[in-house]
Design a protein around this ligand. Structure first.
Ligand code: PGA
Length: 266
């Protein structure tokens, strides 16, 4: 049986809660998730797991993770492109840093679509996250229309190139390939499709940040990931994990996805 991803990269399972679970619910959820993973003898050194709660939950999640010394990571779902100042409603990277936030999702298709986030803005957000020592989880992906017009990799490749415009010198980024047509649709891409695009995205990282960074960069697949299809993605050499939406809100299901090695048999 093929081994999991590359030996050079620790697989990463990331749960994007989107606008679900308030701060009290987040505490109960993280506690139960940590117990489920402990029961399953989850080895965090072999598979990293993180949750991405709404902003208002971050302090609660941070406090719980630090008090209980949990190995679970956490990140934010967005960040302001500005350092500070008169930007009502925005959250600065330095505020996230002060809460030990390790990751931030940047450029999710819902932000691109509903908040008109442009490639230029996303490049600025990525730059400010990196400046503050927060690892950007850079989302790219084509719509069904893009797929028909341009094929599968053209749009994600162009998006990643634009996203990395101000990221010169970065050494730690995560890329998430999320076809828009696969998000929340129940219709995941095939592992072969995900691999094909992930391979192209790794070439973009190599071109802009160099081979060494490209080798170390985790490229995730996202879009209707479940415990029943995760193993197929992780068997592919260029797919290093998953960004999970809907299924990350179900503790048993998310724990099972995190335990994908059991399905792969490694
Ligand atoms: P989904 O969402 O798993 O519900 O398809 C993925 C995402 O939007 O990150």
């Amino acid at each position: 049986m093929a081994s999991v991803s590359s030996d050079k990269r620790v697989p990463f399972i990331a749960g994007n809660w989107k606008m679900n679970l308030d701060h009290l619910q987040s505490i109960a959820f993280v506690q139960k998730l940590a117990w489920s993973l402990k029961d399953a003898n989850h080895d965090f050194a072999k598979t990293e797991v993180a949750v991405f709660p709404p902003f208002t939950d971050l302090r609660s999640v941070q406090t719980l993770i630090s008090a209980d010394k949990l190995e679970l990571g956490f990140g934010a779902q967005d960040v302001s492109a500005h350092a500070s100042g008169a930007y009502t409603g925005e959250i600065a990277a330095q505020f996230l840093k002060a809460l030990d936030v390790r990751y931030v999702i940047i450029g999710h298709s819902e932000r691109r679509q509903y908040h008109n986030e442009t490639d230029e803005l996303l490049a600025q957000k990525i730059a400010i996250a990196i400046e503050n020592g927060i690892v950007p989880v850079i989302c790219v992906g084509e719509t069904a229309e893009d797929l028909e017009l341009h094929g599968q990799s053209a749009v994600p490749v162009a998006q990643l190139r634009a996203a990395l415009a101000l990221a010169g010198g970065a050494t730690n980024i995560v890329v998430a390939y999320e076809p828009v047509w696969a998000i929340g649709s129940g219709q995941a891409a095939t592992p072969e499709q995900a691999e094909q695009v992930a391979e192209q995205l790794r070439l973009v990282v190599a071109e802009i940040l160099g081979d060494e960074v490209a080798d170390a960069t985790r490229i995730l697949y996202g879009g209707s990931v479940k415990s029943t299809n995760i193993a197929g993605f992780l068997r592919k050499p260029n797919v290093d994990g998953a960004l999970v939406g809907g299924a990350s809100l179900d503790i048993a299901e998310f724990a099972s996805i995190s335990q994908f090695r059991k399905h792969v048999g490694t």
